[in-house]
Design a protein around this ligand. Structure first.
Ligand code: TXA
Ligand code: MG
Length: 327
């Protein structure tokens, strides 16, 4: 008698559902589960910021080190007084001007926010996203949402629901689809040292806009132990090697190597290329940045050449991301 070998296929987790059902998102979040949510900057991997178990799951799902704190998302400005102990006058002015919007403020937190959210730091990052679905969702919850960008740690941030599905879809149940993100780079992070504002991460609100409200502002330097680990030298990186420099020269030096090009406004007539903004607009370039980086990452080329964009408007945030993606 022969016995038949029973082969068991490895169990595959079903992929997350993508939809616009806010009630479903509310119900999952109330149970302490995670939901990917749209914001104007990038998609976030959200959980109840007051529930330590939900917060721990965020770190696990993203494979993110717990020394890298999470931003707390609020439905509106009035909520801030519930969670922050102190709001400097310059923070008030920035909020009045830029909330809801891509600005995160680091402010001393009340103890109701678990230390895990802030990696033990006394300040928490607070932000009020400017996205209709995110706002509707937050308004229906009686807790704020901790949400890092919904990508595996170190990789490019997602700007469409499908980006989240492709990378974290087997680890979460639901992705709230709010369409492509309109800003495309993460929020600008500002903190205060002795009352004076410092930019810890360049992002969706430009320096020019910030300085028009509160005057000159310092930019915090990036170190190996940064106040905002989004400032880690290598971050936002594709899997492929990416080189920042003079694209034309890089193309000429290259022999026997297939490459893709990510340019600002120039058409280099390469067979694989993406132009961030043919009209030379840094806001449009920011909106396209991460999607184009992903697309080039999945092309059959062995290296991606990119160039700096002008250091103005959202150009500074783009250059910051390009530098880290190439580090
Ligand atoms: O636009 C954004 O900010 C997006 C969307 C989803 O809101 N979120 C985002 O989160 O970019 P994340 O976790 O990928 O990046 C947040 C950055 C990290 O570099 C973190 O270190 C820093 O903010 N951060 C958060 N809380 C902080 C804190 N209490 N002190 C210093 N840095 C903090
Ligand atoms: Mg991130």
């Amino acid at each position: 008698m022969t016995t038949k070998a029973v082969t068991c296929a490895p169990e595959l987790s079903p992929l997350a559902e993508i939809g616009t059902d806010i009630a479903k998102a509310v119900s999952l979040l109330e149970k302490g589960q995670l939901v990917a949510i749209p914001t104007e900057t990038v998609y976030g991997l959200a959980g109840n910021a007051l529930n330590e178990h939900a917060v721990a799951t965020i770190f696990q799902v993203k494979n993110r080190p717990t020394f890298d704190p999470l931003i707390v998302h609020l439905s509106d400005k009035d909520q801030l007084a519930v969670y922050a102990t102190e709001i400097p006058p310059k923070a008030e002015r920035l909020m009045d001007r830029f909330w809801p919007g891509p600005l995160t403020l680091l402010l001393p937190k009340k103890s109701i926010i678990p230390d895990l959210v802030t990696s033990g730091l006394e300040r928490a990052g607070f932000r009020c996203p400017n996205h209709t679905l995110a706002h509707q969702l937050l308004s229906r919850l009686n807790f704020p949402l901790a949400a890092p960008s919904a990508n595996p740690f170190g990789y490019i941030s997602p700007t469409e629901a499908i980006h989240v599905e492709n990378q974290l879809g087997d680890r979460i149940d639901y992705i709230l689809d709010g369409g492509p993100c309109t800003v495309g780079v993460e929020s600008t992070i500002i903190g205060f040292e002795s009352g004076e504002p410092i930019v810890y991460r360049l992002g969706g609100i430009s320096l020019e806009e910030i300085e028009s409200v509160i005057g000159n502002i310092k930019i915090g330097s990036s170190t190996s132990k940064p106040a905002a680990p989004g400032q880690l030298e290598s971050h936002y990186a594709p899997k492929k090697k990416m080189i920042l420099g003079d694209v034309r020269a890089l193309m000429q030096q290259t022999k026997n190597q297939s490459y893709g090009i990510l340019s600002f406004d120039t058409d280099y007539r390469a067979s694989v290329q993406r132009i961030l903004s043919p009209s030379g607009d840094t806001t449009e370039a920011a909106r396209n940045l991460f999607r184009y980086m992903r697309e080039l990452d999945s092309e059959s080329v062995s290296v991606i050449f990119c160039e700096k964009v002008p250091d103005e408007g959202l150009g500074r945030a783009i250059n910051d991301r390009l530098k880290r993606a190439c580090a």
